[in-house]
Design a protein around this ligand. Structure first.
Ligand SMILES: *Cc1c(COP(=O)(O)O)cnc(C)c1O
Length: 407
């Protein structure tokens, strides 16, 4: 007699993006002549750069010859790739050993899976609003109570509001696993060194572990902001960092990411090295490595030429972010983010609910946004606008908002 994992039943119904799609389709069916413009989904749109494409081609060519063919690769990922990633941390002023890097097929799976090396009784703290996988993976693993009130019982929500600059204070009660995303999806806020230091100090004192998602680190242009949590003294004893080539190099469909589990990392009942070994065990048991072709593409992206090319694409997206932010501020809307992250976090006018404004923006300007309430209770009253898209489409959407939105 098989029984399903009943934790799935606790997940709040109606995942955000399907509901956005449903409302957009419904609007289109009623208004067949309307041209719907999208500022909604966080998906890259610009092509891979020439250097990355050459790297991927090389990866394929190697597989075509008996002398250079390879099957399963090194368990943690190609050494050259892990060394190149370690060098990047050195350039940030952080010290990460290539042995501490685990190459993967993306930051979302790693963010979902990392909780599995921790006990079910750990108390989870998340930023509110947050990228949904941190909460949902822990619900599925059975760490939550009911989510019927809009917040899961048992989780600690750390509100990120205009008052605290969209970065939370450290929890006042004891929590064990702390998810931080900086630069943040959805708010576009970036934690400062001081803000991260407070969390590192908290984690070291309470023997908690920080799970730091830095998928947008490459979008930081302000040199005073940290691009890795390991820029903070002591972070290697209390933090795991997860990152990805998805947004930085357009690998959303190609799939490549990495997770750093430092050897010094400890928690309540783990000696140095133990958590590193657990993640090694988890990955070698449940995951068979990132594609060898794709790893060649990643290596190319990390070369000087690759980095220069990727930077141009990032600059392109960040010009889109400025188009959105400036365009909306010009008509009196209040915007946050969009400077060191490709998301603009907009306060809805007149205290409207997120979904109410979503319908208004779609109805009047034919523009799709992402309702902030879909990322957590503190996202209510905001919408997320994404800078991913072709520049002319973004400009057109902003123009339509300026012309047609009645505020
Ligand atoms: C897009 C995104 C990722 C990237 O996930 P991949 O699986 O590597 O594509 C990770 N974290 C956040 C917060 C993101 O927005």
């Amino acid at each position: 007699m098989a029984i399903i994992n009943r934790n799935y039943a606790r997940l709040q119904a109606g995942y955000l993006f399907p509901e956005i799609g449903r409302r957009a389709r419904e609007f289109q069916a009623k208004n067949p002549d309307a041209k719907i413009m999208r500022l909604g989904i966080g998906n890259t749109t610009e092509p891979l750069t020439p250097c990355v494409v050459a790297g991927l081609h090389k990866g394929v060519d190697l597989l075509a010859e008996v002398k250079t063919y390879t099957g399963y690769g090194d368990e943690q990922g190609e050494t050259a790739l892990r060394e190149a990633l370690a060098e990047r941390y050195a350039a940030y002023g952080a010290s990460v050993d290539a042995d501490e890097v685990f190459v993967s097929d993306g930051a979302k799976p790693d963010s979902a899976n990392i909780q599995s090396i921790f006990d079910a009784t750990n108390v989870v703290a998340v930023q509110d609003p947050a990228y949904p996988v941190y909460v949902d993976s822990n619900v599925i693993a059975g760490r939550s109570g009911s989510g019927e009130s809009g917040q899961y019982e048992g989780f600690v929500y750390m509100p990120c509001t205009a008052d605290n600059g969209f970065f939370p204070d450290v929890p006042t009660r004891k929590v064990d696993l702390i998810y931080i995303c900086s630069p943040n999806n959805p708010t576009g806020a970036v934690a400062t060194h001081d803000q991260l230091r407070q969390f590192v100090d908290y984690a070291l004192t309470r023997k908690a572990v920080i799970l730091f998602d830095s998928a947008y680190a490459a979008f930081i242009s302000d040199p005073s902001l940290p691009r890795s949590i390991y820029e903070i003294e002591g972070a290697k004893r209390c933090a795991i960092e997860i990152n990805s080539f998805s947004k930085e190099a357009g690998f959303t469909g190609v799939r490549l990411g990495w997770t750093v589990v430092p050897k010094e990392l400890v928690c309540e009942d783990a000696e140095p090295g133990q958590l590193h070994r657990l993640w090694f065990r988890r990955q070698t048991t449940m995951f068979n490595g990132a594609s060898n072709v794709v790893q060649k593409g990643g290596l190319a992206a990390l070369s000087d030429k690759g980095q220069a090319e990727c930077k141009k694409v990032i600059d392109y997206y960040m010009r889109n972010a400025a188009t959105i932010r400036d365009g909306l501020e010009n008509i009196g809307l209040t915007c946050y983010g969009g400077v060191n992250a490709p998301y603009v976090w907009m306060r809805t006018p007149g205290g409207m609910k997120s979904w109410e404004f979503f319908d208004k923006l779609l109805g009047e300007a034919h523009v799709v946004c992402t309702p902030g309430s879909g990322f957590g209770p503190s996202g209510e009253g905001y919408v997320r606008l994404s800078a991913f898209g072709h520049a002319q489409d973004i400009a057109q959407a902003v123009e339509s908002i300026q012309k047609n939105l009645k505020i």
